[in-house]
Ligand binder design. Sequence first.
Ligand code: 4NP
Length: 163
Amino acid sequence: MVSILFVCLGNICRSPTAEGIFRSIATERGLAGAFEIDSAGTGGWHTGKAPDARAVSTAAAHGVDISRIRARQVSTLDFHDFDFILAMDTANLAALKRIDPGGGKAVVDLFLPPGLEPGMTADRCVPDPYYGGPEGFEQVFALIWRGAERVFERVDPSRSSRR
Ligand code: 4NP
């Protein structure tokens, strides 16, 4: 079992989208049972809430149901419980490093890999779509899908070695 926690700021836009997309990819490949997938926010303002309606409808338009996810804040226990904790941007990666109590097993890293196709993102950051329009949610969905495929390749339990 490989456990992955996707992390953004509010846990209502980017990280629940990543959670839903990763689960879809794993299910499509017959490997849903091999993963424990969750998401959380470095901020706690939206705890207990459903994802942003724009994130829910964008994901639904692509066949991904994130409507039942509820927001929660990252906890120090997460660093012991998860194999990977993947941040949507550098600000949230820095916040994770401040929260990390040390001694846990989690590999804490950016979600996006280096060297994505030119034009997708220059800085390995998924931009925050919260204050923008609906087209921002579409762009972020496509970027997160690409990133989730790369994460899957990185952690694929049917492969013998991990990068
Ligand atoms: P997320 O987007 O980090 O992708 O969930 C945000 C949602 C809410 C806020 C910021 C970012 N907020 O400040 O309330």
